[in-house]
Write a protein that binds this ligand. Structure first.
Ligand code: WAQ
Ligand code: MG
Length: 266
């Protein structure tokens, strides 16, 4: 009999706005320490101490776990966020996203994609041709959850990332999130940068290139960040995509290639 897995989700807010979130899958024995770490993280967030912390813990049905491999990861060195966004634009264009759609996504993230001009709790869903936003709730967005690494994969990933000087929770969690998103055939590409003021890196993930990170996608000190998932609106069923991203349990038991940094030649 397999040990049941629990889905553990946290989101924290401050000033009526999203501050921090985390999602893990774990057996019961690990729950208390994971909960403690999540609470600590919400209380010690660089944007301030959480005022409200929501935690939810649910078992997942054993038959519903899908095993998968993480995307390959590489870093393209760019000198500043202008160059980073130009490089990101190029990769998105290669994935079939129109320049209009990329501009709308980047402007939305840069200006705070929630209706109050702050960061959303989740991701935008954006039409790859027109840039039209398709997510039902512009404050909440789509929250990808119920994904994690197996302990063996986590150890391998951390070792590999450490060799590249990249073993931090931003990279690990973003790679796992992007890995789940990339399992949805409807999503042509993902664009992301952090909402943490001191974390300027972001990435573009596509099926063809994997997870491509850029050390600069926004200026230091900026508290706005976000995510955009690009789809072709009239070819997809939004409700079933959202169900997959929010509900399907995915455990990464294999890691992808971790490549050394290269300079972006653009
Ligand atoms: N599902 C969908 N969107 C989310 C989720 C989620 N589970 N969690 C966060 N977001 C959205 C939300 O709008 C946040 O404001 C935004 O993404 C950024 O979240 O390789 O740290 O957790 O060096 O600040 C990327 C680069 C770091 C990592 C991303 O994101 C690297 C990061 P953050
Ligand atoms: Mg953040």
């Amino acid at each position: 009999m397999e040990e049941p897995l629990y889905s553990l989700r946290m989101r924290a807010s401050r000033d009526g706005s999203h501050l921090s979130g985390a999602e893990r899958l774990a057996p019961s024995a690990d729950l208390d320490s994971l909960v403690a770490a999540m609470v600590r993280r919400a209380l010690e967030h660089p944007r301030g101490q959480a005022e409200t912390i929501h935690l939810s813990i649910e078992t997942v049905a054993p038959g519903r776990v899908r095993l998968a491999r993480l995307p390959d990861l590489r870093t393209l060195a760019v000198t500043d966020f202008h160059q980073g966004r130009r490089a990101a634009r190029e990769l998105l264009s290669e994935a079939g996203i129109t320049p209009e759609s990329v501009s709308l996504a980047m402007n939305a993230i840069a200006g705070g994609a929630a209706p109050d001009g702050r960061s959303m709790r989740g991701a935008m869903l954006i039409d790859a041709r027109t840039g039209q936003r398709l997510e039902p709730d512009h404050f909440r967005g789509i929250r990808v959850s119920r994904m994690d690494l197996t302990p063996d994969a986590e150890q391998l990933l951390r070792q590999g990332l450490r060799n590249l000087g990249l073993d931090n929770s931003h990279v690990r969690e973003a790679l796992v999130l992007a890995g789940k998103v990339s399992l949805a055939p409807e999503v042509l590409a993902e664009l992301c940068w952090s909402d943490d003021p001191d974390y300027t890196a972001g990435y573009v993930a596509t099926a063809q290139r994997g997870y491509v990170r850029f050390p600069h996608l926004k200026p230091a000190g900026d508290e706005r960040g976000g995510r955009a998932f690009f789809v072709v609106a009239d070819r997809i069923d939004v409700a079933s995509l959202v169900t997959f991203l929010e509900q399907q349990v995915v455990l990464f038991d294999r890691i992808g290639k971790l490549q050394a940094e290269r300079r972006w030649e653009g």
